[in-house]
Design a protein around this ligand. Structure first.
Ligand SMILES: Nc1nc2c(ncn2[C@@H]2O[C@H](COP(=O)(O)OP(=O)(O)OP(=O)(O)O)[C@@H](O)[C@H]2O)c(=O)[nH]1
Ligand SMILES: [Zn+2]
Length: 214
């Protein structure tokens, strides 16, 4: 009986499945000058941008970069606008630990791959936990240096939630160090920004770093 009920439910509430034809999302137009710039780069690095395998590459590269840099189209602070004030007087650390992110360094436009741990000590406002990751990605999807990314995430939370403390620790490896230049894989850069009690109070700082696993 329960099974039949479940079947009826799935048929009533039709969800797209593998058999449905779903149109791919429309592709954004790429200005000629952008595609030309990528063709120029391909030629300069030693390949022929008119050969079959590379004909569509400038458009793909342009759209990929628009996606890597989609953070320019948003103000990440906006994700912190919807807050909850009724959380039963919760006044302990809130931590989202080890959030994977991707960014690109502003010096070489090479990938930065890493994780961030974001914590705050609420005063009267808490935010949906996914929003901390959204703020991170909003700043990561730009051309960055790791120090600024770390500071921007912390500042956004500080200004958006007016908490008692904010702690952000970012660990990342930089493609410009692994794939080129000094070519030293396996090293990670760590940056942190501590604000409020996490900066001023040694015990609070130790507590948040321990929760983060440091
Ligand atoms: N502090 C910091 N440095 C970064 C970051 N991303 C890349 N870099 C560094 O930026 C520096 C740019 O140095 P330059 O001497 O101008 O450029 P380069 O000749 O390509 O340097 P090499 O990478 O050493 O070959 C390099 O040392 C990079 O490792 C970052 O997020 N933060
Ligand atoms: Zn770089």
């Amino acid at each position: 009986m329960a099974v039949r009920k479940a079947e009826a439910l799935t048929h009533d509430h039709h969800e797209p499945d593998d058999g449905d034809i779903v149109a791919p999302p429309p592709k954004i137009p790429v200005p000629d000058e952008v595609a030309d710039a990528i063709r120029t780069l391909i030629r300069w690095t030693g390949d022929d941008p008119t050969r079959e395998g590379l004909v569509d590459t400038p458009l793909r590269v342009a759209r990929a970069w628009k996606e890597y840099c989609s953070g320019y189209g948003e103000d990440p602070q906006i994700h912190l606008a919807r807050t909850f004030e009724e959380v039963g007087g919760y006044d302990e650390i809130v931590l989202l630990k080890g959030i994977p992110f991707q960014s690109h360094c502003e010096h070489h436009m090479a990938p930065i791959l890493g994780t961030a741990s974001i914590a705050y000590l609420p005063k009267d406002k808490v935010v949906g936990i996914s929003k901390l990751a959204r703020v991170l990605h909003g700043y990561a999807r730009r051309l960055q240096v790791q120090e600024r990314l770390t500071a921007e995430v912390a500042d956004a939370i500080w200004n958006g939630l007016h908490p008692l403390g904010v702690a952000v620790v970012v660990e990342a490896s930089h493609g410009c160090m692994t794939a080129r230049g000094v070519r030293t894989p396996g090293v990670a850069m760590t940056t942190s920004r501590m604000m409020g009690v996490f900066r001023d109070d040694e015990r609070s700082r130790r507590e948040v770093l321990a929760l983060m696993g440091y």
